[in-house]
Ligand binder design. Structure first.
Ligand SMILES: [Zn+2]
Ligand SMILES: [Zn+2]
Length: 192
């Protein structure tokens, strides 16, 4: 249909709501709504927070979000990456478990659908919630205090033997990592 083609041209020009398109074509909201629905079903466009996006724009947006850590903005090394999927459909990425704990703390009530990362020595995907963590060791592959994830408790203790730090589970690490970040640094004011 001719109007469908025009809609695909108009969206990138800023006509991103059903209302804007209805005004443009001078037709009812219902008419445009039906167009949008059928175009959505064909995979031509996507609705996000009430805005209309072309399929190509959505993938661009996803690429943009994968470019840096959602907590510290650092470039992400795939071997340390943590991917958080929220119930809302949003995907957050952290450069390492350290930033993932900071993100989870900041999310508070927001529901997390799933969270995965990589085992530091075995390099296979693991569930972030059931992993073991070595916190604040001498090995600093990314952010400090370093947080390194392992699938097995045994691997975590082996690592701790070599590099120090503390071994803990998800709940404990969730309160410990932000706490370590807020320990006040002693400032010498005597010279002032
Ligand atoms: Zn980060
Ligand atoms: Zn990091």
């Amino acid at each position: 249909m001719r109007r469908h083609e025009r809609i695909l041209e108009l969206i990138p020009q800023g006509y991103r709501t059903v209302k804007a398109l209805a005004d443009y074509f001078n037709v009812s909201l219902m008419t445009v709504y039906r167009d949008v629905r059928s175009m959505e079903k064909k995979g031509l466009l996507v609705r996000k927070h009430g805005m209309l996006l072309l399929k190509s724009e959505v993938s661009e947006e996803e690429v943009a979000s994968s470019q840096g850590c959602d907590f510290c903005s650092k470039a992400i090394d795939k071997r340390l990456e943590v991917v958080l999927r929220l119930v809302s459909g949003k995907v957050l990425r952290a450069c390492c478990p350290h930033c993932a704990f900071m993100l989870i703390k900041r999310l508070e009530g927001s529901e997390i659908l799933s969270c995965m990362t990589w085992d530091f020595v075995r390099l296979n995907p693991i569930n972030f919630f059931s992993a073991r963590y070595v916190i604040n060791s001498e090995a600093i592959p990314c952010c400090t205090p370093s947080v390194i994830a392992f699938f097995s408790e045994q691997d975590a203790f082996k690592f701790q033997k070599g590099f120090g730090g503390q071994v803990m589970g998800f709940e404990e690490a969730l309160s410990e990592v932000p706490r370590l970040m807020t320990i006040p640094v002693k400032v010498n004011l005597s010279g002032l």
